[in-house]
Design a binder for this molecule. Structure first.
Ligand SMILES: Cc1cc2nc3c(=O)[nH]c(=O)nc-3n(C[C@H](O)[C@H](O)[C@H](O)COP(=O)(O)OP(=O)(O)OC[C@H]3O[C@@H](n4cnc5c(N)ncnc54)[C@H](O)[C@@H]3O)c2cc1C
Length: 450
């Protein structure tokens, strides 16, 4: 969504949010509400700028899944907050609470048990099914599902998805309703720093002074990091005393996704929208259902109904992202970037995962929607977000990989900004974790979404 550039921009504001993606907009909207509630200001004190406009980055092209299957327990309070944000206005945000089902093998059973326990402790309701019970549950939802090799299934009741255009429109409208100004077509070109603080944010349309800057630039975080003079490598310390020196601060991954048209309805036997389906079978290779050719050494795929972007009813989903390294060309971003599109290997793999599991998806390869999709994400050294003050007046929301699951982060950050009080759920994600031995560790999955 691109809009015409404004004629003039203000030279100062109380709060300046850089980035009109899901993180920036959720923060701006919640900040406006928090200021109003405390009688400490209003949305008029909050300005959002973006070089394109709402949804110009990762938020405009995401799969839009909001689910809580994370092996890192610190993620569960965040996803619980996000549920409240999505359900604040399900219609406005286009949130479909269909649930989410993750399937695995015995090697992940202890992880599933831990996730299930932690989710329920944080009020994010899920059910766990093991062995034959898992098969019975799965067949009750998808009677044509081949459950071979599946030993465990977790059903999250509060998960769902949102169409990205609808969600972006919804968040932008919420900002407008509370008097927050969103200025599209304004590019940050640098930061005027004095005494370790941001004095002014420099843009191609003039400088803006702000009491506090909230930086939510999605995959462009590396550029801002450089402009702020922050370190491009880090020494990582883990809780067990391990030290990993000189790790790249930002690593780019290609988030691969695709769509497949449906031959018929994709509904449960009761006629409902099925949950989002995901399977990670770490010991089950993927083969071409017709030729038997091996397409991958393990199974990892997810899909959900997708009507927003497909001309015919279809499913949208993806697999494990592809690591690019510390350098990536971000422009043009997303499907417009011909250099980073999923190739035939992804199509074959994704379609084979579908066709080999559900008979109604037997023609997934022939029905694959042949058009560009996907985009790049910038991952932190431990693949989990950073929410922290990087300078005394610059708060950073660095997460181009989980934003739809974490719309609640904007609410928590706003609470922190408006009150000055620490917010417990955000504390584990501070930047100091890397130096202080609280770096998040390795988990038992082939995906970087840990
Ligand atoms: C293909 C794909 C699928 C995904 N699927 C999911 C999913 O199913 N669920 C999920 O939770 N997450 C998913 N993600 C991740 C999710 O999209 C991101 O975590 C989230 O959108 C990040 O939001 P953000 O607001 O931080 O960044 P963005 O949405 O990228 O917004 C950042 C904004 O900052 C602006 N900006 C950057 N630099 C400047 C500058 N110099 N000056 C002015 N403006 C600037 C950009 O124009 C952009 O609009 C997916 C991502 C991709 C790419």
């Amino acid at each position: 969504m691109t809009a015409a550039a404004p004629e003039t921009i203000p030279s100062s504001t109380t709060y300046l949010v850089v980035g009109a993606g899901v993180n920036g907009l959720s923060t701006a909207w919640h900040l406006a509400m928090a200021l109003e509630a405390r009688g400490a200001g209003s949305g008029a004190d909050v300005l959002v700028i973006d070089k394109t406009g709402p949804g110009g980055g990762a938020s405009g092209i995401a799969c839009g899944l909001s689910r809580g299957f994370y092996m890192t327990p610190a993620m569960h309070p965040l996803i619980r907050e996000s549920f409240d944000v999505w359900t604040y206005d399900r219609v406005g945000f286009g949130f479909q609470q269909v649930g989410y089902v993750s399937c695995g093998e015995t090697n992940q059973l202890p992880d599933y048990e831990r996730i299930h326990k932690s989710q329920n402790e944080h009020g994010y309701r899920s059910d766990l099914y093991v062995g034959g019970e898992a098969h019975r549950f799965l067949r009750s939802v998808w009677p044509d599902l081949d459950t071979r090799g599946i030993d465990v299934a977790l059903h999250e009741k509060m998960s769902g998805y949102s169409g990205t255009r609808q969600a972006m429109r919804g968040f932008a409208e919420k900002c407008a309703e509370h008097g927050v100004r969103i200025l599209p077509g304004v590019t940050v070109t640098g930061y005027d720093l004095a005494n370790g603080r941001v004095r002014r944010v420099l843009t191609d349309r003039g400088a803006i002074a702000a009491d506090a800057v909230i930086l939510a630039p999605g995959p462009w975080i590396g550029e801002h990091w450089r402009m702020l003079g922050l370190p491009m490598t880090l020494d990582l310390r883990y809780a067990d005393g391990t030290l990993r020196p000189g790790v790249d601060m930002w690593t780019y991954w290609r988030l691969v996704e695709g769509e497949v048209y449906l031959d018929g309805p994709y509904l449960t036997p009761e006629g409902r929208d099925p949950p989002i389906f995901k399977m990670e079978l770490m010991n089950t290779p993927v083969e071409d259902p017709k030729t038997g050719r091996r397409l991958g050494d393990f199974t990892y795929a997810y899909w959900k109904y997708a009507a927003e972007r497909t001309r015919r009813p279809g499913l949208q989903g993806g697999s494990v992202p592809v690591k690019l390294g510390p350098v990536a060309a971000l422009e043009p971003y997303g499907p417009a970037n011909a250099g980073y599109q999923p190739g035939p290997e992804f199509r074959d793999y994704f379609a084979a995962c579908m066709a080999s599991r559900m008979t109604r998806l037997a023609h997934a390869r022939a029905n694959y929607v042949d058009r560009p999709s996907g985009g790049i994400g910038a991952f932190t050294p431990d693949n989990l977000p950073i929410y922290d003050w990087m300078l005394p007046n610059l708060y950073m929301i660095a997460d181009s990989n989980h934003g739809y699951k974490f719309t609640g982060v904007g609410k928590l950050v706003a609470q922190h900004l408006a009150t000055g009080a620490k917010v417990a759920a955000l504390e584990p994600f501070g930047f100091s974790r890397y130096a202080e031995g609280r770096t998040f560790g390795k988990t038992n999955t082939n995906s970087p979404w840990v």
